[in-house]
Write a protein of this length. Structure first.
Length: 369
């Protein structure tokens, strides 16, 4: 997800719109009454509302949590998943010599065979937790591999058609953080893998069995990656809520979970000119919206910069430039047109915050649309 993606500043667009409107409506002066009591065109209302200034950036849908599944056993690859398949607890990731290598949930990677008499450890506890989740009573869920643990392992093995030894050899399970989505296959059907793991290798005194990549996975959690250029990276911060506009127009809530610097690169146009580093924001999607299935789908992400609550506002097109940085609006009361000098503030979503003597909520103003 590299490349430059332009941000759109709605407030800047607002000022340009106001300037263009001035050319159309013209006018000069200050608080003087308009010289005609006829309503010239469309109108709008002065209201109190909450305005939010947003910047919009392009993002790309992906998945979080990349992992590599390694072969720690020797054998011929006899089964592989398809790219895009989701593997859950207790299900096979692949098979060697007709026997499955299974997924269990946990943060501690498998690093030894587990059997009765093994020293205490977190890997024992997470094995027991998985056995219980799969319907096997492992006794107390703790770091101690007991006879109850061995009995649960044997029952689990029997269900799988494996030898009910009560021992989990190194390489029979892969501990990963939750369900895994297959993203890439490294091995092929019929390929002979010489993982060399398991109890046979340990008995022969091998210090560290070899490890061969079989497949790569990610979690099933959808994320959106957004690259922000150096002059726009301040719009994002960790924990910030954003709006993600999905293909088709649906809007899903999202939250900025992480920020990572993008390395500076040399510009293509001028070999001697360096591009300033930006930042990549990782946004997690929340809620129950249906997310497109394909990786790489482009979405729009709206970052809120400023929020003004319950401010007096009117349609942006009601502003008239009257010279310099001064603005006015034409108010209509009892059929009479009156020009009021105003000071504009935040502009967003077609409305602008305004302050002016005599301006109040409910007043009608000409919009010039």
């Amino acid at each position: 997800m590299r490349g430059r993606r332009a941000l759109v500043a709605t407030a800047t667009a607002a000022l340009l719109a106001a300037g263009a409107l001035a050319l159309l409506l013209g006018g000069s002066g200050g608080d003087a009454a308009a010289d005609s009591d006829a309503i010239a065109g469309p109108t709008g209302k002065v209201e109190r509302r909450t305005l939010a200034e947003r910047l919009t950036a392009s993002g790309t849908i992906g998945y979080s949590g990349e992992a590599t599944v390694l072969a720690r056993l020797s054998g011929t690859v006899t089964a592989l998943p398809a790219i895009g398949d989701v593997v859950r607890r207790g299900e096979p990731l692949y098979a060697l010599a007709g026997e499955p290598v299974l997924l269990m949930y946990g943060e501690v990677p498998a690093y030894r065979s587990l059997a009765e008499g093994a020293s205490e450890g977190e890997d024992v506890e997470q094995l027991e937790r998985n056995l219980v989740a799969l319907g096997h009573d492992a006794g107390s869920v703790d770091e101690d591999f007991t006879s109850a643990t061995a009995a649960a392992v044997a029952a689990w093995q029997e269900d799988l058609g494996l030898e009910a030894s009560g021992e989990v050899e190194l390489g029979r399970v892969a501990f990963l953080r939750g369900p895994q989505r297959v993203t890439e296959l490294e091995a092929t059907l019929g390929e002979a893998l010489g993982g060399g793991g398991g109890k046979e290798a340990e008995a022969e005194g091998e210090a560290e069995p070899s490890s061969i990549p079989v497949l790569r996975t990610s979690s099933t959690r959808r994320i959106v990656g957004v690259e922000l250029e150096a002059d726009r990276q301040s719009v994002a911060h960790r924990g910030q809520w954003v709006q993600v506009v999905l293909p088709g127009g649906a809007v899903a809530p999202g939250k900025v979970r992480g920020l990572a610097a993008i390395e500076a690169s040399t510009g293509e146009g001028d070999p001697g000119e360096d591009t300033e580093p930006g930042v990549e924001a990782t946004v997690s999607l929340t809620g129950k919206h249906r997310i497109p299935a394909l990786d790489g789908a482009t979405v729009s992400v709206r970052f809120t910069q400023q929020v003004r609550k319950h401010v007096l506002s009117m349609p942006l097109t009601a502003l008239i430039a009257i010279g310099g940085e001064r603005f006015a609006v034409v108010a209509i009361e009892a059929g009479q047109r009156r020009r009021i000098v105003v000071t504009p503030g935040l502009a967003a979503d077609g409305y602008v915050e305004v302050v002016g003597d005599g301006l109040r909520a409910g007043m009608t103003v000409e919009t010039g649309e």
